[in-house]
Design a protein around this ligand. Structure first.
Ligand SMILES: [Zn+2]
Length: 462
């Protein structure tokens, strides 16, 4: 089945200027706003030109809102008439990932062509994430041009370096915090893959996650020191043996799994569709069956990472140069993705308790999981209701985001930070195109995403 078969209410907003919106998306893609960690390579003139293009393209927003450049990031503030309502914030990033040198010729349409062909708009950023940037501006422009009044103030925030350093998003958050702004909700890119809910005991039902937090990330180094020596006398064992036992102990004893609030809510949302035993019985009385459900999650590849910090040994070095030589100092790295119940500190203490004497542990890098957003917040309900209007059959569940995004910076000034790009492209198209070759978005998926954002803005901010 195709994702586009799930689209509903495509006739909403008949006066929306769809063709012109597609033209403006094509225009935005033509600016080469490529992100590089080496900031000397960034073409800031292209960001400046994009800003001028946006201002010209959205005259109603330009007239009503305050446009601020913070570095090369953009913060656009549309005032609201009700000062007692917290503002909403819609975000996207202007930057795109580089086209891999040497692959330019593999693109059916140039990566910065913005070509419209075969029902798609082609180019770097079409799916990540200029379509969202343009959709947000289109929505605000459409509502303002009709003379509609915003009761709730709305910020549009477009960072400049999400793909690399996230300095732009941090600077925007700092600016807002200094001004004492607290936000009602934030909508950013993320999540949105449609999967069959068979592993949940609901075969045939389709789940679609809305990201409410991001897992943490840690690389832990294990080091065992040894002078080595002749392998005919391994009386106290070798550094390799000690290191292997330490790795095995950590892999076999991950931190305790925990049925998170979002997993629990997802089960309740899916309950009407769960037909398979024993899950059907279990969800009927969740609290009595938590242990069984947890064990079930841990047995399924699509579910275990929702309830457990994952443990993946990835690097090892220092082995001996020959079979008859004992190795000297050895090192390994284990990569963890932390659930919110585990912190880098608690994880390190847990691992220290598992490895024997003589194994040194330290982080190469570590970032805690982000703070899960409030799934009872009105912004979250509004997004879910809107999505249910435009996408048939999907069960939207609160979930974790796979990668790190700019959104996490906003958690300090907002209790409802949602990661969901409402552009449901077919899986093979997004798998190929996002950060790959032939990035493109179908006009249909783009316009359906625009309808979601128009309606969310209309129902929550007007
Ligand atoms: Zn992105």
């Amino acid at each position: 089945m195709k994702n586009a078969d799930l689209f509903r209410h495509e006739g909403d907003y008949p006066s929306f200027p769809a063709e012109a919106a597609v033209e403006r998306l094509r225009g935005a893609i033509r600016f080469e706003t490529t992100s590089y960690v080496d900031t000397g390579r960034i073409r800031y003139d292209q960001f400046d030109a994009l800003h001028a293009f946006l201002r010209e393209s959205y005259p109603a927003v330009a007239a009503a809102a305050k446009w601020e450049e913070i570095g090369h990031s953009l913060l656009i503030a549309i005032p609201g008439t009700r000062k007692d309502l917290r503002p909403a914030l819609f975000m996207a990033h202007q930057d795109v990932v580089p086209v891999v040198p040497g692959t330019e010729g593999n693109w059916k349409h140039g990566p910065f062509s913005g070509d419209l062909a075969e029902g798609y708009v082609w180019g770097r950023g079409a799916m990540d994430i200029k379509q969202m940037l343009v959709a947000i501006l289109e929505s605000a422009e459409y509502l303002l041009a009709q003379g509609r009044t915003f009761r709730r103030a709305v910020y549009l925030a477009f960072g400049e370096d999400e793909e690399t350093l996230s300095h732009g998003a941090r600077a925007i958050v700092r600016t807002l915090r200094e001004r004492g702004v607290e936000l009602e909700y934030v909508l950013d890119e993320g999540a949105g893959d449609v999967t069959d809910a068979a592993d949940w005991g609901a075969p045939g039902a389709l789940v679609c996650p809305i990201g409410l937090y991001e897992k943490g990330y840690a690389d832990m180094r294990l080091r065992v020191r040894s002078r080595g020596g002749h392998s005919s006398n391994p009386f106290r064992g070798t550094s390799l043996g000690t290191l292997s036992r330490a790795i095995a102990a950590i892999v076999e004893n991950p931190p305790k799994a925990f049925l998170s609030e979002s997993a629990r809510r997802s089960l309740l949302l899916l309950a009407p569709y769960i037909t398979e035993e024993p899950m059907k019985t279990w969800v009927g009385d969740l609290s009595a069956h938590e242990e069984e459900i947890l064990a079930w999650f841990l047995r399924h590849e699509s579910l275990y990472h929702l309830v457990q910090t994952t443990v993946a040994p990835t690097m090892i070095s220092g082995g001996a140069p020959a079979g008859n030589v004992m190795p000297q100092d050895m090192e390994a790295v284990i990569n963890f993705r932390l659930c919110p119940q585990d912190t880098p500190e608690s994880l390190l203490a847990h691992c220290r308790g598992l490895v024997g004497e003589g194994v040194e542990l330290e982080y190469v890098q570590s970032v805690a999981a982000s703070r899960p957003s409030d799934a009872d917040a009105p912004g979250y309900s509004a997004l879910r209701e809107t999505l249910e209007r435009y996408f048939d059959r999907l069960v939207f569940i609160p979930a974790q985001n796979r990668g790190a995004t700019d959104a996490r910076n906003y958690e300090e000034i907002c209790r409802c930070v949602m990661r969901f790009g409402p552009f449901l492209e077919e899986e093979e198209v997004s798998a190929e195109g996002v950060h790959g070759t032939n990035e493109r978005i179908s006009v249909r998926a783009f316009l359906q995403g625009v309808r979601v954002i128009v309606r969310l803005m209309e129902t929550t901010c007007l």
